[in-house]
Design a protein around this ligand. Structure first.
Ligand code: ADP
Ligand code: MG
Ligand code: ZN
Length: 479
């Protein structure tokens, strides 16, 4: 029997607000343990939370970016559970009325677009972190993360493979980056997800029992967890066994999952309205104002790059997936005003610029290079004033802090020789001492042409216009 995999994801993203969700403590990663805490975020009796307005604004933005309805009147609820990293013994979250609901995002996979429903997006607070240390037998708790603002984005069970789940996660991540509400640093846990998987016979319209997996720490880990769980369920069903609704823990190192709890011991969170916080009310005008702050999002950008700028789908996606690249490319297109083809700019952004960023791990915004300098290089090449090789030299000089392009050209003698008589002289000199190659060419060894042009370039110290050299050498050879 053939089976179909069904996936639904619950994604938690830490918001990059300056302060925490209910107190004035700093929202920062990696600081000395238990230094970014106060009586509120450590759950001292008698303290009162105050909602950080920015958290609501950021979440509304995500709602807009994912086509949700915004519930401008909503509330917060207590989710009770007892765990050492949650000193209050409850988490403030949202239960029945989330801030945003009924949205969707479109994902791209192998050139096909697919719509994935967003059930809801709500705000909540993060818990602390348990630490283990060789020097100490027990468990230590760092409360710095308590009260860090989170949004939870719950999808509909609309994905049908691990690849679709990965595409969905990538899409969410780039939206979060474009609207700049999360650092999206996977290694710091700023995006985490719970993965729900079920399988059903192909053609069936009913869903099978779902298994929820916790402890999935990366997007590639999510794919492995989904593939493993779908196979586990298919094999069990094939043996005539039943699937139980349960929560399992994914172990990425071992590539297996184990039962955490079954439906029978499912937790009862005893949600109830948070009595210490008032109803959230956002004026409709404010909701609309936040909508205007949403920039052009990745999907729209990719479509525009392909349709209006003539980039290939692959190049468009490569630029759009990286915000520094997007910024540089968009500014160059703006500045160059059609003087340079977008394809040439894209080649530079995806070529030398990306290579530099990958090799050094530096963002281009941290270097002296900017869009107008890059455009100038590209234009000089297009106008045949410098060679492509010289363009690369100038690029490196700029990165090194030398931003006066005219001076670089002059000092390094990079001006391209395009003047006919000057090139003719170079070509004649080269041909005179390479008569053997000339005979080879005329005898049918056509690759002698490349050699001769190469010699001309060498003789001109790379400054001759290669196209002109080739043209003149050919003219002579064909005589
Ligand atoms: P819970 O709090 O129990 O985890 P949520 O409503 O927060 O419940 O999340 C349920 C998640 O499970 C959603 O992402 C949803 O898409 C997914 N889901 C529901 N039914 C199925 C199913 N049959 N197969 C796979 N995923 C499912
Ligand atoms: Mg869940
Ligand atoms: Zn605090």
């Amino acid at each position: 029997m053939e089976f179909e995999t069904i996936v639904g994801l619950e994604v938690h993203a830490e918001l990059n607000t300056k302060t925490k969700i209910y107190c004035n403590c700093k929202n920062a990663f990696g600081l000395e343990v238990n230094t970014q805490i106060c009586p509120i975020c450590t759950g001292m009796p008698g303290t009162l939370p105050t909602l950080n307005e920015k958290v609501v604004e950021y979440a509304v933005k995500m709602g807009h970016a994912t086509n949700c309805t915004i519930n401008n009147v909503c509330k917060q609820d207590r989710k009770n559970y007892f765990y050492p990293d949650l000193p209050k013994a409850y988490q403030i979250s949202q239960a029945d009325i989330p801030l945003c609901e009924h949205g969707y995002v479109d994902i791209m996979l192998d050139g096909n677009e697919k719509r994935i429903g967003i059930t809801r997006i709500h705000i909540e607070e993060d818990a602390g972190k348990m630490l283990h240390n060789d020097a100490f037998q027990g468990t230590l708790v760092d409360f710095n993360r308590c009260g860090v603002p989170l949004i939870e984005i719950v999808s509909e069970p609309d994905m049908r493979s691990s690849a679709e789940a990965k595409a969905y996660l990538d899409t969410l991540k780039s939206i979060l980056q474009y609207i700049d509400i999360s650092d999206c640093k996977m290694e710091q846990g700023s995006i985490r997800c719970d993965v729900n998987v079920s399988v059903r016979p192909k053609g069936s319209t009913e869903f099978g029992k779902r298994v929820e997996m916790k402890n999935v720490n990366s997007f590639s880990g999510a794919m492995r967890a989904i593939d493993y769980e779908a196979n586990r369920q298919i094999e069990a069903l094939s043996r005539g066994e039943e699937i139980y609704q349960e929560t399992r823990r994914w172990d990425d190192q071992k590539g297996v999952n184990v039962v955490l709890r079954t439906k029978e011991d499912a937790q009862d969170y005893r949600y109830f309205p948070e009595p210490d916080l008032s109803t959230i009310y956002i004026p409709v005008e404010k909701v609309e104002e936040l909508k205007k702050e949403i920039p052009e999002l990745p999907n729209a950008k990719i479509k525009r790059y392909v349709k209006e700028l003539g980039l290939s789908q692959t190049d468009a996606e490569l630029i759009a997936e990286n915000l520094p690249r997007v910024k540089l490319f968009d500014e160059c297109i703006e500045i160059s005003k059609n003087r340079v083809s977008p394809k040439v700019i894209s080649n530079w952004v995806l070529g030398d610029v990306s290579k530099y960023m990958n090799e050094t791990g530096r963002d281009i915004a941290e270097t002296p290079l900017n869009a107008s300098l890059l455009c100038r290089i590209v234009e000089l090449i297009e106008k045949n004033e410098i060679s492509n090789t010289s363009g690369k030299v100038i690029f490196e000089e700029i990165i090194a802090g030398n931003t006066d392009i005219d001076k670089i050209i002059e000092e390094k003698g990079l001006k391209q020789i395009s003047d006919d008589s000057a090139i003719e002289k170079i070509v004649n000199d080269v041909l005179a001492v390479n008569q053997k190659s000339v005979e080879d060419y005329r005898g049918g060894k056509t690759n002698a042409l490349g050699f001769l042009v190469g010699q001309c370039m060498k003789a001109s110290k790379g400054q001759a216009n290669p196209a002109k050299c080739k043209e003149l050498v050919l003219k002579y050879l064909e005589q």
